[in-house]
Design a protein around this ligand. Sequence first.
Ligand code: ADP
Ligand code: ZN
Length: 736
Amino acid sequence: MSENRVAAVLLDRSLEKHLDYEIPSEMQARIQVGSRVEVFVRKALCKGTVAILKKASTFGTLRPLHRLIEEHGLSDPLWQLAHWMSRYYCCPLQRTLKCLTPPNVRREVKQKTRLTVSLAVTREEALDLCRKLQGKQSAQALVLEKLLKAERPPCLKDLEVSRSSVDTLVKKGAVRLIEIQENGLDDAEFFPSPPKILNGEQAACLTEIQKSLDAGVFQTHLLFGVTGSGKTEVYLQAIQHALSLGKSALLLVPEIALTSQTIERFRARFGLKLAILHHRKSLGERSAAWESLKSGEVKIAIGARSALFCPAKNLGLIIIDEEHDSSYKQNEEMPTYHARDVAVMRGKLEKATVLLGSATPSLDSYANALAGKYRLGVLSTRATLAAQPTMRIIDMKQALDKAGGFTHFCPELLEGIEERTAKGEQTLLLLNRRGYRRMQICSECRYIAKCPHCDLSLTYHKEPNLLRCHLCDYQAQLLRECPSCRGHSQMEFRGFGTEHVERSLRALFPHIRTLRMDRDTTRKKESHEELFKQFRAHKADVLIGTQMIAKGFHFPCVTLVGILNADAQLQIPDFRSAESLFQLIAQASGRAGRSDLKGEVILQTFLPHHPLLPLAASQNYTAFYEREMEERKQFSFPPFSRLIKIVFSGPDEKETNRIADAFRAGLIQSAPPDAEILPMLPAGHPKIKERYRFQFLIKTKAILPMADRLEQLRQKGPLPKNIHMLIDVDPTATFF
Ligand code: ADP
Ligand code: ZN
């Protein structure tokens, strides 16, 4: 180690190459690969990560490293993980390192400290002094008064008194100031909940997980358990076991499920020693949480996708709850990683146990389990007395005929809502489109009001009475007349969204209280948590929302779930559409009747004979799996092949298309023989924010050889500056 005199540094700011620096002798012993350092580039100081240590450099004289920020920047497994991700997801190492060194690390945000004030004398002495000070030095008397009343030493800033009076009291020896490190942990209240006695299936699954934890070898488990089967209890006891072995555990949940309701369940078991990693926390708090995990002081981390890279010390267990959830995939930015797949790789590098849980496993994971790559554990019944809900499929064509016009609700659903409301139970209504009306269209010439920046029709929002683009948030006034045929015609509306459903329901049943939850009502930071709390507190009878209301929440009083347009999902030309619909229906059914009240799901559709619906309605996952795998096999879609999607975007349509075509032609020449390069197509959204988008898919047997080819091609000829290329490996969406 000591002969290494040169460190090749990767700067945080984008530069593809390493820069060589001399290691000053006083840093020799401490610099390692993964260390965080600061160096001069010309006259500016820049931060970076040491990527390589070497004896000499091909460059002549080198500048010395300026400062060692942190010796153990990235652990060895995390460093290797970054390399693997870079290769697999065809993404420069710098960009991958961005995921592993989040802003709190890059900006060196320090852990916050706070000053608390406490009495340095007995209560009697303080009371005595307080009396003496009253009148003359009332500010000091006030401080003592507040301290005497406080249950615990308060923070200086919470005391709301003048600092100088506190300082004077310190000098007098009556109070003392103590500096306390913030640890990034919450100090909320919780009710302890002891471990439950597991049922046979739960116990069998846990035993297998414990075996791999004990053995300390890498093993992935797939926990396939219907909603309410007690997967979380298995997670809790698996974490307990990891802790008993002195190992730490990391739990990922879908972004939207990271609410106080979820966190409380873990706190109730493990107390406050949890690091919750979310965006809503300040950088200081995140830093503190990061540090406490790194030192091993805290051994449990919970967070969404990006928490996967937290530096937990001696990581023994990684749990991915709802492993099929699409929020685990980073789609829009490189590296286009899937947290589940990267978790499995991290588990391998850390020799950890990986536990994937779902009621509707992704076909890929289930196939891996059947092939013996993952160990399969099954929970087939609900853990409590709650039975699975009944499902009804309703033909909406007939419902519309009966109603003699348009309606959102079939009679069965309306009856159901009324009946539930009368009994004090609650209903969820799902429609996967927000806004009031989907578009404005001219009755004569069929002109559609579109966004000037994107290729998308504008959605009419009643609140605040505007047309809005769902891609770029552009807003415009409603059209009074058609700009194309000038006033000889009328503008009409087409299609409906959640806003309309809410209004229609209120018009039908003025006494029913509704809440709406979609991207419009949850723009503010805590608003979705707030809406959930209101609904749980029964401030409304019906919650109307987009898919977000179907995910991972527990509402004990919900006994009816209506899926208003179950077909919408199937109209998206994507090979995963059926899978997403199956998942949606399962999730929705998981919301119905979770306690001792019997639940019901009503599925409205215009395709009542679609073969998928009865399978989804009876939650027959294995039958669905077999049917879907047959189809995937026929067309050679994943898991029978691997896909890479390449998306080009640029300000000029023709130029973008031309560059994309040229890249594709180059790829066809150099691709491995088993790879199939599919045709170039405009993306599902062909224009977003003034940029035209073209894409093509690569079908291949294995990702790595193809990824290596792509990397070579990328390095050979850089693209023009204004054309952007996104490489999406294992894309979850192939159309948009
Ligand atoms: P899932 O995560 O599979 O949807 P949960 O873990 O939320 O299921 O469990 C559903 C309900 O069953 C919860 O209220 C939970 O406390 C309860 N539960 C789980 N396991 C047991 C058990 N072994 N005995 C009694 N109740 C249990
Ligand atoms: Zn737009």
